[in-house]
Design a protein around this ligand. Structure first.
Ligand code: ADP
Ligand code: MG
Length: 355
């Protein structure tokens, strides 16, 4: 049995008639890096605020280590919190900022000095401990916020879009730094983001949120390759969706009749009866394109545009009565607009979801 660190049981948050978190059931495994991923307004921050104790749940129970914590005040929850805005105290030095949670908790002077040094070491800011926040770059300020969240050695760190204000290069570096810290310290991290590539890069598991509910919770690989719903398929990366119905089944594969009559072989799943309406999803990098007619599971397509993207080409196609996108590597020929090709789909790469 997995060792659950945190359990949310039937947690709901309402504002008037609006249910921004809707009967949430979520078990967070000890030591995991869990991302809450979803569009703006899907309730991610609200969940983090309830975990941190800055907001009360309207209904439901939150457990940490098996104990209900609904009525425990935030400073006694042993959770470090990092927000998008660094929320550093501007009049305090870096060291004083990091020392703050320790003072709040009544640590002794020499203990504080030692712990602050260790925390600043961890985020590589030891040489800047006497500076004021205004004398630091955005990335450095965020590292101070991180040190402040870690300094009292909490078992859980909650992060709300902590890298959102940083530019792309720095953000990607910090993603790797935080991942490494997580691996080294063995913390449980709950990380909120609306950036799907960030969630794929960093997480052990991703919970995909839509309107206060979890659409799917699983590993990055399962979320990407086997999305449970249309929402997940479209929110995580780019995908092609084709409407059809199950026409039959042969062992590990099922036949789908697409709406224009084309037949496709797809990976079979339990519970797909003949006649069931389905959506077939296939990722752009899995679509094969060839000049001569290809084997089974392919149909003719016409190139409507080819866009050079540096490390790959994005090919827009028309076929089987709809639009497709394919990704081909940079050595692929640059097909002219109007080129007639065949698109081939390996049955194993075609994943079926309910419409
Ligand atoms: P996310 O972090 O996923 O963007 P939030 O948890 O911040 O989403 O917000 C979820 C929903 O709750 C939004 O529709 C937001 O407008 C609403 N909301 C958040 N705080 C309040 C509040 N204090 N009063 C009323 N509505 C709120
Ligand atoms: Mg938010």
């Amino acid at each position: 049995m997995a060792d659950f660190h945190i359990r949310l049981d039937g947690v709901t948050k309402t504002y008037g008639s609006l249910r921004v978190v809707d009967n949430l059931r979520l078990d967070i495994i000890r030591g995991e890096f869990l991302s809450l991923l979803g569009p703006s307004g899907s309730g991610k921050t609200t969940i983090l605020m309830m975990l941190a104790g800055f907001q009360d749940a309207s209904e439901g129970t939150i457990y940490v280590d098996g104990n209900m914590i609904n009525d425990i005040p935030s400073h006694k929850r042993n959770m470090g919190v990092v927000f998008q805005s660094y929320a550093l105290f501007p009049h305090m030095s870096v060291a004083q900022n990091v020392a703050f949670p320790l003072k709040m908790r009544g640590f002794g002077r020499s203990d504080i000095r030692e712990r602050v040094e260790r925390a600043l070491d961890m985020v590589q800011l030891s040489t800047m401990k006497d500076r004021k926040p205004s004398q630091l770059s955005g990335g450095q300020q965020q590292r101070v916020a991180l040190a402040r969240a870690l300094v009292f050695e909490p078992g859980v760190v909650l992060m709300d879009e902590p890298l959102g204000a940083l530019d792309k290069q720095l953000r990607e570096q910090m993603q790797l730094d935080i991942r490494e810290l997580h691996a080294r310290l063995g913390l449980t991290i709950v990380f909120v983001t609306h950036d799907q590539s960030e969630a794929l890069t960093m997480s052990d598991r991703i919970a995909v949120f839509n309107k206060g509910r979890i659409e799917q919770i699983d590993t990055p690989r399962m979320i990407y390759d086997h999305p449970a719903t249309r929402f997940v398929a479209e929110f995580i990366g780019e995908t092609n969706l084709m409407e059809g119905e199950i026409a039959g089944r042969e062992g590990d594969e099922a036949m789908v009749r697409l709406s224009d009559g084309c037949m496709m072989r797809v990976r079979a799943r339990d519970g797909l009866e003949r006649g069931a309406k389905v959506l077939v999803t296939i990722r752009p990098e899995k679509v094969e394109l060839s000049d001569p007619p290809a084997a089974a599971n392919s149909f003719p397509v016409t190139v409507s545009d080819t866009i050079y993207q540096g490390d790959h080409f994005r090919v827009q196609l028309q076929g089987a009565g709809q639009r497709f996108i394919a990704r081909r590597d940079r050595r692929a020929a640059e097909w002219p607009q109007g080129a007639r090709l065949h698109a081939t789909f390996a049955a194993d790469d075609c994943w079926v979801i309910a419409p």
